[in-house]
Design a protein around this ligand. Sequence first.
Ligand SMILES: C[S@@+](CC[C@H](N)C(=O)[O-])C[C@H]1O[C@@H](n2cnc3c(N)ncnc32)[C@H](O)[C@@H]1O
Length: 421
Amino acid sequence: MMTISNVTETDFDSIPIDPFWNTGDEKELKMHKIHTYPAKFPAFIASKAFDYAKENSIEVNTVADVFCGCGTVAFEAKRSGIDFWGCDINPVATMIAKTKSHKYQVSRLQRYFDDIIDTYKTSIIEYNSYDYANERLKYWYDESHYGHLLRLKAAIESCTPAKGQYRSFFICAFSNILKPTSRWLTKSIKPQVDPDKEPSDVLEAFENQCSFMFAANEEIYSLNKTKTCIVKGNFLDNRIVKPEVDVIITSPPYVTSYEYADLHQLSSLWLGFAEDYRELRDGSIGSLHHVYDFDRELEYLNNVGAHIVTQLLTQYKSKAYSVAKYFLDMQQVAKNCHSMLSENGLAIFIIGNTEYKGVRIDNARHLAESLQNSGFNEILVTKRKISNKILTPYRDSKGRFTADGNGRKVYNEEFILVGKK
Ligand SMILES: C[S@@+](CC[C@H](N)C(=O)[O-])C[C@H]1O[C@@H](n2cnc3c(N)ncnc32)[C@H](O)[C@@H]1O
């Protein structure tokens, strides 16, 4: 790790890659893969970060992930006997994270599963349900798939105890088959219909999904009885009570990369998290949709932020506004993280850079300055390779990874930034 004394003079490009952070020492457990999540990081990052903290003489009793996503750190903390606090603004993320944080009784899972399948097979729905369906769901599903999903959801709700962890387990399984059974273009990070797609059969997809999740559950011998608290909410909302923790491990959202609310619209609509999925963009850091007074707030940008926003302003005004809002939010994130940490605590961020039409959006450098301004005593940095993107460093116009150099550049390395309190 290299100590950063002066953010503007540090050459981030020449920071060498530290192989310690590149690969894990064990195969990733199936539990980490029970539900797709676009910006999930590999589980070994969490365990490496625990090791790193211990090497730095930190006794890690409590850890937080302030953008906990699908609960990668939450689950690894549980496995390592560490109490966890996490929050995410996306209800789909916290639903997955909560589901992962339990060991389930095999016999109960099997019993509920059999009941669900029996109920599903014998149930009927009102003949005109599709006519009254949410318009957006009609856009993604034909009448037959919609009807089967409706029956399956009703079966899960009638066969499992309300609000219990077994209901969450099967709802999570249901949620993960929503894209394959729809017209959603597979593996795309932009929501778009694939006119040539044959959506998967609902029952078969659900059975396969449950069988994978059963295997994931059986792979875990036991889980520690540590405290796990996962909150659905905006980390920047002062009303959310944030506990004191020894370590924070997190990968913040990026600006202009994913519109999380849009990507999870199928789950959000089916599970009733929103009537209109666009409501969930509110407060999401990095979203292109925001309301704020740009001219008034501009003066609060730090040096790195102001420099990048000024470069964008001349040609890409609306993008400049979004990037400025993102930077301002991340400055507040740095402050909140500092105040959550115990004395000598560590905040570990996994963060990459992005680019917009040739202008580099230097997220890592901006965060380093934000940490410095928030009172962290020491800032350290190193780099890791992102292994699954090495051969496909570009995105095509549909948002899929491609090796074609005409696409949008995606960096195949990211930074590990550490702030020591
Ligand atoms: C890069 S992802 C984190 C992924 C996570 N490390 C994992 O393995 O699943 C960033 C997350 O930040 C969340 N997020 C965006 N704005 C937020 C906010 N204001 N408060 C809390 N979470 C937010 C997004 O919903 C997304 O899940």
